[in-house]
Design a protein around this ligand. Sequence first.
Ligand code: SF4
Length: 448
Amino acid sequence: MALTAMDIYKQLPKTNCGDCGIPTCLAFAMKLAQGQASLDECPHVTEDAIAALEGSSAPPMKTVTIGTGDKALDIGGQTVLFRHEETFRNPCGIAIQVNTSLSEEEMRERITTACNTEFDRVGMIFDLDLIALNDDDGSLPQAAQIATEVSTLPLMLMSDDPESMRGALEVCSEGRPLIYAAGADNFDEMTALAKEFSCPLAIRSQNLDELYELSEKAGEAGLEDLVLDSGARELNAVLQNQTIVERAAINEKIKPMGFPTIGFVVGNNEVEKIISASELIAKYAGIVVTDLLTREALLAMVTARLNIYTDPQKPIQVESGVYEIGEPDATSPVLITTNFSLTYYTVEADTSAGNIDAWVVVVDTDGTSVLTAWAAEDFTPEIIAKTIKECGIEEKVEHRIGVLPGGVAVLSGDLEQESGWNIVVGPRESSAIPTFFKTEYEQRIAGF
Ligand code: SF4
């Protein structure tokens, strides 16, 4: 049973020294009980207290690593049920299913496509995470051999047959694949394989009570890296089971349920499958397994994942500085904007779409948009002028004309005074940039 904040408080020094970054021991105990702090953040805690609090200081959900090296995938490690409470850790992995009954050529092609798939979204590169080899014809060992030759991604081995699993593990266990899955029928054999080859193991049962019991048994057998599959495949059952398991882990701190989950995309067509994948991504899956491999379907999944796993306390931002669009030279226009990724990349896309070679001066506003930054006084004439002076744009252009977003036209006069630049008020909406440069810009700068 999880300890309460008061149980934890009794074990702390109660000096309220604040060295943990939290003003009082009671507040620290409350954070610890919620899984939002770690016991080692208190430098004064005694060995006896550490022993007594060991269970409660562990995160409520284990982080499980699949694979090795740069492409290793960490899943789980969540501490909250809702993103706004803190943030979600370890974005869920997207696994591409590859059936072993494919011809060798088809298999190689599918694995290569999955490994080479990546997307550039607001300046961040996203790729896929796992190759899930599905043993649909008993040839998992041969498929594992092919995958180890071709794949740059970690593997997930899907078979209920312990002999087939053993054959595959003998080929690829060094890459620390996920073994999928141990159920009631093959539990002893699969747990023995997971121990022998030191690989993470998925536990599967359609009955949540049985899932709990199997997970507890696996823990007693010494396995620490588990992934849970509730067996649900219908949308409503997925939602229900994923929620029950996650609540049991995070809210109730029930240890056998404190592991990341895996879910399988279902549907009769691509749209249904994307909906199913999005549900799993939104509702706590540590891994989503899909047979979809078209760019448009994967882009939808990657975007859903980006939305769920973006830290709400840290807006996505680009670095402050000077950026080039096209091939700007010393006479090219200079646009001024903030470092909110969506703002910058919208400006970048619209300027590129208008075939305009330009410089963009990006001001550090803590990742907020133009109007938000202005309202928060992070996009003031002083701050913008300082960026202009320090970012190096004055060495790149021979003119001193900047284009300010139309939404903050009110800043133009003071910015001219602060920076010594001539300021042209641009359009309010980024989408109007091409028209602005086509029809207005030259006239507006004629007098400078
Ligand atoms: S560092 Fe330890 S003793 Fe000091 S306030 Fe935090 S919990 Fe209390």
